[in-house]
Design a binder for this molecule. Structure first.
Ligand code: B12
Length: 211
């Protein structure tokens, strides 16, 4: 039988091929996709998240571990999408209009996936209407907005206004982040949460959905 911890360790070490191989083996032994998420991928990404937070590893290590996670997730995702198995919640994420920075946004998306969330990534330069349409069509629990420029962070406010105007504000929790963004700004524009880093984004998403 495959040991879930062995998969987690391979993920932490960034060994994509090994993660894939062990995941295949676990599935052939009838391991449940949810167990693979909860006992291998999520704990593995949590270790990476903690190390990143403490400055014990950096962006490249996180990206390599996330790639390894995706190697396993690729096999598990279709099984979860098919039915019985449940995600922790659904998040729509994007970098706001006018802004092309996506490294931090991608890290947040990967950490959220690693924590068991289903993530719809709308990419960069995302207009307000795209966020609104996606909420209407995909019913996410959380909308996550990223901005790296002092000019584009202002349009986070427009996204929140657009969601309000469409009558969808009470359907989603809105979290924001990016280098120029602050907790104070989040409060000013009526966002539900802010974090300065990717592991923190997971924490606030979980806390907001628990309440
Ligand atoms: C890489 C980079 C670029 C790359 C982007 C490549 C890419 N694919 O993303 C390129 C070269 C394209 C670029 C372009 C520009 N850039 Co630039 N760029 C940077 C740089 C060096 C690093 C950003 C980065 O990736 N950091 C690493 C990631 C991991 O950190 P992060 O993004 O902050 O994300 C973390 C947190 O903020 C948080 N987070 C992020 N998003 C979210 C979302 C949520 C919901 C939550 C909870 C948390 C969260 O979690 C992440 C992980 O921990 C910064 C300098 C800096 N130190 O920030 C300048 C910087 C952001 N850029 C800047 C500028 C000015 C520009 C340009 C206008 C330059 C120009 N004249 O053309 C253009 C604008 C293009 C555009 N329209 O967007 C300025 C912004 C100044 C300002 N105050 O507005 C900066 C600060 C550089 C500087 N000191 O002048 N840039």
């Amino acid at each position: 039988m495959v040991d879930f911890n062995e998969i987690a360790q391979a993920l932490i070490a960034g060994k994509s091929a090994r993660v894939k191989e062990l995941t295949e083996q676990a599935l052939s032994e009838n391991a449940s996709p949810r167990d693979l998420l909860d006992k291998a991928f999520i704990p593995g990404m949590a270790v990476i998240g903690e190390r990143f937070k403490k400055g014990e590893c950096f962006v490249p290590e996180v990206l390599i571990a996330a790639k390894a996670m995706h190697a396993g997730m690729g096999l598990v995702k279709p099984l979860i999408a098919k039915g019985n198995e449940e995600y922790s919640g659904k998040v729509v994420i994007g970098t706001v209009r006018g802004d092309m920075h996506d490294i931090g946004k991608n890290l947040v998306a990967m950490m959220l996936e690693g924590a068991g969330f289903q993530v719809i990534d709308l990419g960069v330069d995302v207009p307000v209407t795209k966020f609104v349409e996606t909420i209407q069509n995909d019913s996410p629990n959380v909308v996550a907005l990223s901005a790296l420029l002092t000019t584009t962070m202002l349009s986070m406010k427009d996204v929140i206004a657009g969601i309000e105007q469409a009558g969808l504000r009470n359907k989603v929790k809105i979290i924001i982040g990016g280098a120029p963004v602050t907790q104070k700004y989040a409060e000013q524009i009526g966002a539900d949460g802010y974090s300065s880093d990717a592991p923190g984004a997971v924490d606030i998403a979980k806390t907001l959905l628990a309440n």
